[in-house]
Write a protein that binds this ligand. Structure first.
Ligand SMILES: NC(=O)c1ccc[n+]([C@@H]2O[C@H](COP(=O)([O-])OP(=O)(O)OC[C@H]3O[C@@H](n4cnc5c(N)ncnc54)[C@H](OP(=O)(O)O)[C@@H]3O)[C@@H](O)[C@H]2O)c1
Length: 297
C-alpha cells in the first residue's frame, strides 16, 4: 500500500497520468499517490496479466478507476505496443507521463533493436515512448489549458556515467554498474535536450532523482545492485519517500511551466556538468535518433 497522503494537497481530478513500471517500488508508490489525489492513472506493467493484477489492488481503494496498460519496454516493438494501448484508452490525451520503469542487467545482452539492454530500457524506451506520445501529451495540454508533463526518473549515479562512451553495444569489458550509470547520464542529457526542443509547445520535461530506495530493483537486476539493496537495506528510503519527487513533478501546480529541471527530495538540484553540456546533448540526440530510426536533429 502506498502513501495515500503524498499528493493530497495537489488536486489531480480530471488528469490522465501514465506511470511506467507501476508494479513495484517507486512506480507503484507514485501511481498510488496520484490515484489518491484523484488522477485517472494508467498503470503500466510488462504483461497484461500483471497490469490487471496491480490495477485490481488499487481499484479497491475507490476513486477513479485505474486503467491497466502493458508492453515490454526492452524493445521498440514493446514501446509501440504500449503507446498504441495508451492512445486507445486515453482518447482525450495525456496530462502526465512518468517514465519510471528501469533496470540493470548483470550480464551483457542486447535488445532486439541491437542496443545493450540497460541502455534500451533506461533510455531508448523512454525516448521512444515520450516521442510517440507527444501527440497525446499535446492533446491533453490543449484540452486542459495547462502544459502536460513528462517526468523521467533519473539517478544520482548519472554522475558516474562515462561521457566518452561511443559504442552503445559495449564491445569490450561489460560492467553492470557502469552501463547503468551511463544509461542514466545519457537519459538525463536527453531530457534536458528535449525540454529545450519542446520549450514552446506546452509539454514540460523534468527529471526526478529518487535517492537510494529499498525496492525490488536489486532482486530484479542481480549483480552489484542485489548486493547494494540487501546490505544497505536498513539505510534506504521507503518507496513512498522515494516517490515524492516524481509525485511533486507530476502534480504540484506551482511547477506548471517549469521545464528542463533536475530535482531531488522535491527540490531543484544541479546535476553533473557533462549532463548539462549542450555539446553532449547533441551527441546523445544524434545517436538516439539513429536507434529510433527518426531523422537526426
Ligand atoms: N531504488 C533506487 O535506489 C533507485 C535509485 C535511483 C533511481 N532509481 C530508478 O527508479 C526507477 C524505479 O526503480 P525501482 O527502484 O522502483 O525498481 P523496481 O521495484 O525494480 O521497479 C522497476 C519497475 O520497472 C519495470 N520494468 C523494468 N524493466 C521493464 C521492461 N523491460 N518492461 C516493462 N517494465 C519494466 C519493472 O517491472 P517488472 O516487475 O516486470 O520487472 C518494475 O515495475 C528506475 O528507473 C530506477 O532506475 C531507483
Amino acid at each position: 500500500m502506498g502513501d495515500r497522503r503524498s499528493a493530497e494537497p495537489w488536486a489531480m481530478a480530471g488528469r490522465a497520468v501514465l506511470v511506467t513500471g507501476a508494479t513495484s517500488g517507486i512506480g507503484r508508490a507514485t501511481a498510488l499517490a496520484l490515484h489518491a489525489a484523484g488522477a485517472t492513472v494508467l498503470m503500466h506493467a510488462r504483461t497484461p496479466e500483471r497490469a490487471a493484477d496491480v490495477v485490481a489492488t488499487v481499484a479497491a481503494n475507490g476513486g477513479p478507476r485505474p486503467v491497466p496498460v502493458s508492453g515490454d519496454l526492452g524493445s521498440l516493438a514493446g514501446v509501440h505496443a504500449l503507446a498504441a494501448h495508451v492512445q486507445e484508452v486515453a482518447p482525450g490525451g495525456l496530462h502526465v507521463l512518468v517514465n519510471n520503469a528501469g533496470g540493470a542487467f548483470a550480464q551483457r545482452g542486447f535488445s532486439p533493436d541491437g542496443v545493450e539492454r540497460t541502455l534500451a530500457v533506461n533510455h531508448i524506451a523512454v525516448a521512444a515512448l515520450t516521442r510517440v506520445l507527444l501527440g497525446a501529451l499535446r492533446d491533453g495540454a490543449a484540452a486542459s489549458g495547462r502544459p502536460s508533463r513528462v517526468v523521467n526518473v533519473s539517478s544520482s549515479l548519472e554522475r558516474r556515467g562515462n561521457p566518452h562512451l561511443v559504442d552503445w553495444s559495449y564491445p569490450g569489458r561489460f560492467s553492470q554498474f557502469q552501463a547503468y550509470c551511463d544509461a542514466k547520464l545519457i537519459n538525463l542529457a536527453y531530457s534536458y535536450a528535449l525540454a529545450a526542443e519542446w520549450a514552446d509547445i506546452g509539454v514540460t520535461v523534468n527529471s526526478a532523482d529518487p535517492g537510494s530506495v529499498a525496492t525490488s530493483f536489486g532482486r530484479n537486476s542481480g549483480g552489484v545492485f542485489r548486493m547494494f539493496q540487501s546490505l544497505g537495506r536498513p539505510l534506504l528510503a521507503t518507496p513512498e519517500k522515494g516517490a515524492r519527487t516524481s509525485i511533486r513533478l507530476a502534480a504540484d501546480p506551482t511547477l506548471d511551466s517549469e521545464t528542463g529541471g533536475y530535482y531531488r527530495a522535491g527540490r531543484p538540484r544541479t546535476s553533473s556538468a557533462v549532463s548539462r553540456d549542450p555539446a553532449f546533448w547533441e551527441r546523445v540526440r544524434r545517436r538516439t535518433a539513429e536507434v529510433l530510426g527518426t531523422p537526426a536533429p
